[in-house]
Design a protein around this ligand. Structure first.
Ligand SMILES: *Cc1c(COP(=O)(O)O)cnc(C)c1O
Length: 390
């Protein structure tokens, strides 16, 4: 059967009319426990391991990512925690220098504490990827994030997945910034794709959830087993909201991206801006790779303003529509300063070595009217600049 397009999948995949009532919207099963007609005879037993709400949602998530299987979990970090079930003694994780702060904390503080070796490399350099994976005798996870948070690096995912395959590493991609609408890591050769569903997939800043997708049944079973064993499940109401949100994902993503493109071009031309990091701009160092492997450039960008570090917070305080908050991917525009907020968990010297300036400002561009967003930036920047007579 021909695969549905993303907008059709977003609405129809996994959806079945409720047989007992005819309800077109699937009910929420809040029950934590299920009756067994005979001891050990059941379809569902207990809410930590199985719930009828998991499956329709997982079917939709898998369809959107063009994957065979999906596992829905408690959060994006919960999805990474699930990877523990794929590792054994002496295992390694090779990941980029620029990653989400919570990923750094989980791997470098918790996984490393139980003996998993963590290596961070510059993944724009494929020779370094090859060197890091070559010759390891233990299980290795090649963990990529692209585009990265917050520096918007774009890695050559097809080439990286080929190198991982060559050395028998399990390749995992955090595709949160792109969403399944703009990037499909399984089609690019990755074994596992994960998302923080708290971001674009949820899209309304009202849930915390995560998911992992794969075409490999053995990996899917291990992830499910780990979810149950470690208590990483999602709750029924969150799953309901997530399934509801997915219906508008393609529409929302199109608007996030068109707004972001307008703002990126506006900011790039502004005299108070040093550089704009947005994969959709021709000036982005990996723009050519982004064009090849993404279907769009999403709504995240980071900006270095040509102002004193001390003036950055004043600038942010001047925004009316860009609210100062962590997180991203919701309908409302947000702004944050990674070095002081999301990435504060990374020691200052390491942030500096990786190119994350204290003055860097990250924007999650929402789906408001682009004109209003440009006006907001324009007004705040003008208020900051000393009056100039041209
Ligand atoms: C937010 C985020 C995560 C973590 O997701 P949670 O749902 O907050 O646990 C992982 N990766 C990226 C790129 C993120 O932005």
């Amino acid at each position: 059967m021909k695969q549905w397009g993303p907008s059709t999948s977003a609405i129809h995949s996994g959806v079945e009319v409720d047989a007992s009532t005819g309800a077109i919207i699937q009910p929420i099963h809040m029950s934590s426990v299920y009756v067994q007609p005979e001891p050990g005879e059941f379809k569902y037993d207990y809410g930590r391991s199985m719930n009828p709400d998991f499956y329709p949602l997982e079917a939709a998530l898998a369809a959107l990512e063009h994957a065979d299987h999906a596992t829905v979990v408690s959060s994006g970090v919960g999805a990474m925690s699930c990877l523990l079930g794929l590792l054994d003694e002496g295992a390694r994780i090779v990941m980029p220098t620029d990653v989400y702060g919570g990923t750094y904390r989980l791997f470098q503080r918790i996984f490393a504490q139980v003996g998993i070796r963590i290596e961070q490399i510059d993944m724009t350099d494929l020779d370094l990827v090859d060197k890091a994976l070559r010759g390891g005798s233990h299980t290795t996870i090649l963990y990529a994030e692209s585009p990265t948070n917050p520096l918007l690096f774009v890695y050559d995912l097809r080439e990286i997945s080929i190198i991982a395959k060559r050395y028998g590493a399990i390749s995992v991609l955090d595709s949160t910034f792109a969403s399944p609408i703009f990037q499909n890591g399984i089609s690019l050769g990755f074994d596992v794709v994960l998302h923080s569903c708290s971001k674009y997939l949820g899209g309304h800043s009202d849930i915390v959830a995560g998911c992992l997708m794969t075409n490999n049944l053995e990996i899917k079973q291990k992830l499910d087993f780990t979810r149950t064993s470690m208590g990483l499940h999602s709750d029924p109401f969150t799953m309901f909201l997530l399934r509801r949100s997915l219906k508008t994902l393609p529409l929302r993503m199109a608007r996030h991206q068109s707004n972001a493109m307008i703002l990126a071009e506006y900011l790039e031309g502004h005299r108070m801006v040093r550089r704009v990091l947005y994969p959709g701009l021709k000036s982005h160092p990996q723009h050519h790779i982004a064009v090849r492997q993404m279907h769009g450039f999403s709504g995240m960008m980071s900006v270095e303003f040509d102002v004193d570090t001390s003036a950055v917070s004043k600038l942010i305080a001047g925004f009316r529509l860009f609210t100062l908050a962590e997180s991203l991917g919701g309908v409302e525009s947000l702004v944050e300063q990674p070095a002081l907020m999301t990435h504060m968990k990374i020691p200052a010297n390491i942030r500096k070595a990786h190119g994350l300036a204290d003055a860097l400002v990250r924007f999650s561009v929402g789906i408001e009217d682009a004109e209003d967003l440009v006006d907001d930036l324009d007004r705040a920047l003008s208020a900051l600049s000393p009056s100039k007579i041209d």
